[in-house]
Design a protein around this ligand. Structure first.
Ligand SMILES: Cc1cc2nc3c(=O)[nH]c(=O)nc-3n(C[C@H](O)[C@H](O)[C@H](O)COP(=O)(O)OP(=O)(O)OC[C@H]3O[C@@H](n4cnc5c(N)ncnc54)[C@H](O)[C@@H]3O)c2cc1C
Length: 509
């Protein structure tokens, strides 16, 4: 691969770094190009550690290759799609991409489905431009894939990886239901270090996983090859997708509206990344925990839906290591270490969303303190509509309902207070997960399960001095927040505008 070409394809530089040429991401044209520069996936020395063999069929022969896209909903910077094309090019085969859409998914509402469908429309358009067939299949993969595979003479299936229960069960059922002659591969396209390379078991001591992640970063943080225009074209055109009809077909909760601050799709996500690097990265180390300052990346929705690759974010942010060393380190710590720790936890802890998943000391202390008198008890409805005695909590909750986003620092406080204001820890966890997954645009994510488990049952945390209700779980008190940031300003800020940067940048094309 010619590294200069790859670099020019995917690099943008913020205006603050005058040595580097600035690329404008405000138009589709300026996006990192797929298919035009660099060598294709077939000439690329693909790191096989990213791939798991789920089943091996016969030789490739004349049959096509299918990437069953599930979690990583993007064309560029997607190791699973790249591996699919790598196989198809190597064996001179047709290449298809499909997405299996279900009408309901966990607590997802139209806020989430709308964001996802618009992102998939962009995937369809990009695939078309690259001579790759994109198919939207309605129904669960185990039901709809077998028929698709036989009708389209598919010999190899590649899929991406999610540690969550339902997607794992789909992969397992598909694996069981595939004809014997079809090969099935899984590629971790969401993590920089594939989860199975980090560890093959749950490590309760987080420093073990953190050290492993740090140690393996250099092996996996490589540039992506481009997706090329596919030369082996299918004779049968794929059916066109009526996205309006698909939208109406969904059976999800439509009472939670889509948000306007976050535009769906890879192009908008890449613009948000550029905006972060240009305007907010410089403040990240110092101000990321202050809700009155817009200093974080706001990238979580695009990362959650796989519309932007975390690896791409790290590659781009890392280019400013010399200019903002502390901020770059902190960002890598959040977007790589803490994010991949959450992936690790959900992969290896079957009880990632219940008290059973907490460590023994945490379960014991919560049990001992579950009878403690709570000064305030609120119902789920009161919490959902932000009707507590605590202004800051209410305004954060209302922002969540309205904008699908709560500042990271307030999420911690929010979760802790749910533990304090509900009858017992089981109820607290249930409510926190439900509100998180219903309203956060980035909800139903390993980060969300681990975030709520951290707040309520001490996952990835240590034991603290014993206090009422919390026991040895870390507590957060309103008074201490005031020492960290101006609480009145925070309430005003959150109640008024919310996410100014995003309004200004990710929105209008
Ligand atoms: C109670 C609670 C619930 C949460 N729910 C979710 C959720 O549903 N979805 C979600 O993506 N994150 C969740 N988080 C983690 C974190 O708060 C968000 O990822 C972050 O606020 C997203 O904003 P950002 O993209 O601007 O973050 P930035 O600070 O810019 O961080 C960049 C990226 O790093 C990752 N990251 C940041 N903080 C964490 C963290 N603490 N743990 C793991 N990864 C992190 C995210 O992918 C984030 O997008 C939760 C945390 C708590 C305490």
């Amino acid at each position: 691969m010619d590294p200069r070409k790859i670099k020019s394809r995917a690099t943008f530089s913020p205006s603050c770094n005058s040595k580097k040429q600035k690329t404008d991401f405000s138009s589709q044209e300026a996006l990192p190009k797929t298919g035009e520069t660099g060598k294709s996936a077939v000439e690329y020395d693909f790191n096989k550690k990213r791939v798991r063999i789920l089943s091996l069929g016969q030789d490739f022969e004349e049959k096509g290759v299918l990437y069953w896209m599930s979690r990583d909903q993007r064309v560029m910077d997607n190791w699973a799609l790249l591996y699919g094309q790598h196989l198809a090019l190597k064996h001179r085969l047709q290449f298809h991409v499909c997405f299996c859409l279900v009408p309901q998914f966990l607590d997802a509402t139209i806020r989430h489905f709308g964001f996802m469908l618009k992102g998939l429309q962009e995937v369809e358009a990009e695939c078309q431009a690259l001579n790759i067939q994109f198919h939207l299949l309605k129904g669960e993969a185990p039901t709809v894939l077998p028929q698709f595979i036989s009708q389209n003479a598919i010999g190899t299936v590649v899929t991406d990886f999610s540690p969550l229960r339902l997607p794992c069960s789909w992969v397992e059922s598909v694996q069981k239901g595939l004809p014997e002659d079809v090969s099935f591969f899984q590629v971790d396209a969401h993590n920089i270090v594939p989860v199975w390379e980090t560890s093959n078991q749950l490590e309760r001591k987080i420093y073990i996983t953190q050290d492993k992640l740090r140690g393996k970063l250099a092996d996996f943080l490589s540039e992506f090859p481009p997706v090329v225009k596919h030369p082996f074209i299918c004779s049968k055109p794929c059916s066109s997708i009526n996205w309006d009809e698909v939208y109406m077909w969904l059976e999800c909760d439509r009472s939670v509206p889509e948000v306007t601050w976050a535009k769906p799709g890879t192009s908008a996500g890449m613009r948000m990344l550029q905006d972060f690097i240009q305007n907010r990265l410089k403040m990240y180390a110092e101000k990321r925990n202050d809700p009155t300052v817009d200093a974080t990346s706001n990238l979580s929705p695009w990362l959650h839906f796989g519309q932007v690759s975390p690896q791409r974010c790290i590659l781009e942010v890392k280019q400013l290591s010399e200019t903002y060393p502390q901020s770059v380190d902190k960002f890598i710590n959040e977007a790589f270490i803490w994010r991949e720790l959450a992936e690790h936890f959900c992969t290896y802890c079957p009880h990632y969303d219940s008290l059973e998943g907490a460590e023994e000391w945490a379960r014991t202390t919560l049990e001992i303190h579950s009878q403690d008198r709570r000064p305030y008890i609120y119902s789920e409805g009161e919490l959902e509509s932000g009707k507590t005695h605590d202004h800051l909590w209410n305004v954060a909750q209302k922002q969540l309902v309205k904008d699908g986003k709560m500042h990271g620092f307030l999420r911690m406080y929010w979760g802790k207070k749910i533990l304090e204001w509900t009858p017992n820890p089981e109820e607290a966890l249930k409510i926190a997960l439900h509100l998180n997954d219903k309203y956060e645009l980035d909800g139903r994510d390993p980060n969300g399960y681990v975030g709520c488990m951290w707040a309520i049952c001490g996952v990835h945390d240590k034991e603290f001095d014993e206090r009422p209700i919390y026991g040895k779980i870390r507590s957060m008190v309103y008074e201490s927040l005031k020492r960290k940031f101006n609480e009145a300003e925070s309430v005003r800020y959150l109640a008024g505008l919310v996410i100014t940067t995003s309004n200004a940048t990710s929105g209008e094309e």
